[in-house]
Design a protein around this ligand. Structure first.
Ligand SMILES: Nc1ncnc2c1ncn2[C@@H]1O[C@H](COP(=O)(O)OP(=O)(O)OP(=O)(O)O)[C@@H](O)[C@H]1O
Ligand SMILES: [Mg+2]
Length: 221
């Protein structure tokens, strides 16, 4: 599903260059559930941004669902992202002026489907995360754990092939974090492929595999 080969990423900071990823390889198959751990600054978010097609400025090869990614236009990239990838961040990134259901439906509005179909899909995603009763409230009235569930519903409403999560439980207390991990496990069992970044070795144990990002590449634990 995902093949990264010899991915190298430099950041140019003034006259000097910082190498964050160095000849990194990664192979992900359908229904994998991978945790990536690593020290702060080791390049975890940099890697996830490349995987999530948010950054194309790297060396090496990236193949996603059989398609080689190379110099796609911004429009093609957004389309690929919308079609294949669900993204979850530590900070939820919900729009508080919209209702929960309108937040979830948002990624579908870029597709040529009827409103009715879109809202039916959003309602189903909301049910999957266990918050059907919150459809019409503002996200500002929800707890952190509930907000993250809404963000997960928004990420899965497009039926992506892969879910990328950057410290999804970083802002949550341990009990709530464990609930989010249970939800990830359910989604994974139902067929979703998941790559999750975490600082927390205990949470990583919920995943099927763990790799550590160190010195610019991934190593098995
Ligand atoms: N846009 C940028 N320009 C220059 N340097 C950057 C940029 N983004 C990240 N870096 C540097 O690249 C390195 C890796 O950053 P990254 O955010 O990928 O780390 P991380 O593993 O996600 O860390 P954390 O666990 O703290 O989130 C850091 O040294 C950071 O300072
Ligand atoms: Mg990070």
């Amino acid at each position: 599903m995902i093949e990264l080969k010899n991915i190298t990423k430099h950041y140019q900071i003034g006259p000097s260059s910082l190498t964050v990823l160095n000849q990194l390889n990664l192979s992900i198959k359908k229904q994998d559930m991978l945790a990536i751990i690593g020290e702060s600054g080791s390049g975890k978010s940099t890697l996830l941004n490349i995987l999530g097609l948010l950054d194309q400025n790297y060396l090496g090869h990236y193949q996603l669902n059989g398609q080689i990614l190379k110099q796609q236009s911004d429009q093609e990239l957004s389309q690929l992202r919308n079609q294949h990838i669900g993204f979850i961040f530590q900070s939820f990134n919900l729009l508080e002026r919209m209702s929960v259901l309108d937040n979830i439906v948002l990624p579908l509005t870029y597709r040529r489907q009827s409103n009715k179909q879109n809202y039916a899909a959003a309602t189903k995603a909301l049910e999957q995360v266990g918050l059907a009763d919150k459809a019409h409230v503002s996200p500002s009235t929800l707890s952190g754990g509930q907000k993250q569930r809404i963000a997960i519903a928004r990420a899965i409403v497009t039926q992506p092939s892969i879910l990328l999560a950057d410290e999804p439980t970083g802002a949550l207390d341990p009990k709530v974090a464990a609930g989010i991990m249970q939800l990830f496990k359910q989604l994974n069992e139902a067929g979703l492929t998941i790559i999750m970044i975490t600082h927390d070795h205990e949470l990583a144990k919920h995943c099927k595999q763990t790799q550590i990002l160190r010195d610019g590449s991934l190593h098995n634990l």
